[in-house]
Design a protein around this ligand. Structure first.
Ligand SMILES: [Zn+2]
Length: 253
């Protein structure tokens, strides 16, 4: 069990267990075996000494709230997860400025959300794949362009909320892939008939069917982590009855 202890007075946290068991470490361990860092008991004692007589409380980590701004294998990325004391929400930023530094944890009052930056087609990949698969009778350049233009037009009519997300993990945590819906597929195929004829159309239709579920025709959504910090002013906050809510950790001697 991961345990996060918050000093209510200072808004500082101590994480009693390293997050070695979190999924991203499985990725890390493939190429970059990280020596499992054990937090010395002294660290906790130091924390207690530093916050002597301050009220403390445990924070509960919200399951599945883990997001990261860079690919999983990136060692210096910042990641975020949500935690709560039952009344307030917190975002915990986990980061490391340099690879040889230990992880730092920063407590932020508030919440985060994922903001959609853009939904796009994978134009480069589509062209590359079309050229590769439609060999030895490749599409002429103007037709490739016409196909991309058409697919971008289809994209404009798509509401991302109606799309099905592809379950496979993307290597980049903020890039998510979606399948085109059936209505859009029908629209795309219908309009392909005006661009391609005969055998060419057959080949393009087969290509579309091959790639719409898990190939280059997947739509790529790019998100951004948006942190909404709530006011740090204690005036508005309810006073916490320390004797009841606060938890006291006693330094060992
Ligand atoms: Zn403190």
């Amino acid at each position: 069990m991961n345990q996060i202890i918050r000093c209510i007075t200072c808004d500082e946290i101590f994480t009693k267990t390293p997050y070695d068991q979190w999924p991203e470490y499985e990725y890390v361990s493939v190429n970059r075996p990280e020596p499992s860092r054990t937090i010395e008991k002294d660290d906790f004692q130091d924390f207690l000494k530093h916050h002597r007589n301050h009220p403390m409380e445990d924070l509960k980590v919200l399951e599945d709230s883990f997001v990261s701004e860079k690919p999983y294998f990136e060692p210096t990325k910042a990641s975020y997860f949500k935690a709560t004391n039952g009344k307030e929400m917190f975002v915990i930023k986990k980061f490391r400025k340099r690879i040889d530094e230990p992880l730092s944890y920063q407590l932020i009052r508030g919440d985060y959300s994922l903001k959609l930056l853009r939904l796009e087609i994978q134009a480069e990949e589509i062209v590359k794949q079309l050229k590769k698969e439609l060999n030895p009778s490749p599409l002429p350049e103007p037709q490739l362009e016409a196909f991309l233009k058409l697919y971008r037009q289809v994209l404009k009519t798509i509401d991302i909320n109606s799309l099905e997300r592809v379950p496979e993990d993307s290597p980049h945590p903020l890039e998510i892939y979606y399948k085109m819906d059936d209505v859009s597929l029908a629209y795309l195929l219908r309009n392909c008939r005006t661009i391609f004829k005969g055998q060419e159309y057959q080949a393009v239709e087969a290509f579309i069917q091959r790639h719409r579920e898990d190939g280059v025709l997947l739509l790529k959504a790019v998100y951004q982590i948006q942190i909404s910090e709530s006011s740090k002013s204690k005036k508005g906050a309810l006073p916490i009855p320390h004797a009841i809510e606060g938890k006291k950790y006693v330094e060992k001697t």
